[in-house]
Ligand binder design. Structure first.
Ligand code: 3PG
Length: 211
């Protein structure tokens, strides 16, 4: 199960899932868990996100269910009540951070600049998503942030591929990498769980290699 702050010796991959059909939740989460992935994030980008989290949590599989794209205190509450054990935001919002702190649910807010990172530290945040990492500087940016904020934990996300994930996972300040490369939209549309399984298994091997 995910623990925050995550240990720097264990950097899992967090598949970022947007569900469009509730019938997909069980096969999808089961496929990811059976592939050996320990964590996933269901976004609130679709209207059925909260219901999808409820279904995923009720499966009680050995995979932590997080909520993604959490942008308001109401969503913090709804996602937590639905069974999410951690939350992810694309950006930094004081009210979202405070709500999560009040509920004592781990939140990984997104940051893209030094000022946002500084504001996150001031709010007591110890783990940030660096988003969208591949579009704002990649590993170079991560190195620069990590050299200034030496105790911060980073979760680079956005545009990462299975190839680039390897490099991020080797970075000592990276506690997890987020991405959707194991969930291609055409495979989801076609309900091609065997393709997802193949990509998730390759991802899982990658994580195993890093430990
Ligand atoms: C997210 O919100 O975290 C991103 O959609 C994941 O990024 P990716 O789809 O580019 O991997």
């Amino acid at each position: 199960m995910i623990r925050l702050p995550l240990q720097r010796t264990h950097a899992p991959v967090i598949p970022v899932i947007t569900v469009h059909d509730l019938n997909d939740v069980a096969p999808l989460i089961t496929t990811l868990a059976e592939a050996g992935l320990s964590t996933c994030e269901i976004t609130l980008r679709s209207e059925i996100g909260i219901e999808a989290i409820q279904i995923a949590a009720s499966l009680q599989l050995d995979i932590a269910i997080g909520a993604g794209t959490v942008t308001s205190p109401d969503q913090v509450l709804a996602a937590t009540e639905a069974g999410a054990t951690f939350l992810v935001s694309p950006g930094l919002s004081q009210e979202v951070v405070r709500s999560a702190q009040q509920l004592e649910v781990p939140l990984i807010p997104g940051i893209a600049t030094a000022s946002e990172l500084q504001a996150a530290v001031a709010l007591g945040v110890n783990t940030v998503k660096v988003f969208p990492i591949e579009h704002i500087g990649g590993l170079g940016l991560l190195n620069a942030f990590a050299s200034v904020w030496t105790t911060m934990n980073f979760v680079p996300t956005g545009g990462i591929t299975i190839e680039s994930a390897r490099n991020y996972l080797q970075h000592p300040a990276v506690v997890a990498v987020g991405g959707s490369w194991m969930l291609p939209s055409d495979a989801l549309k076609a309900k091609d769980w065997s393709r997802v399984s193949h990509l998730a298994s390759r991802t899982s091997q990658l994580v195993g290699e890093q430990q």
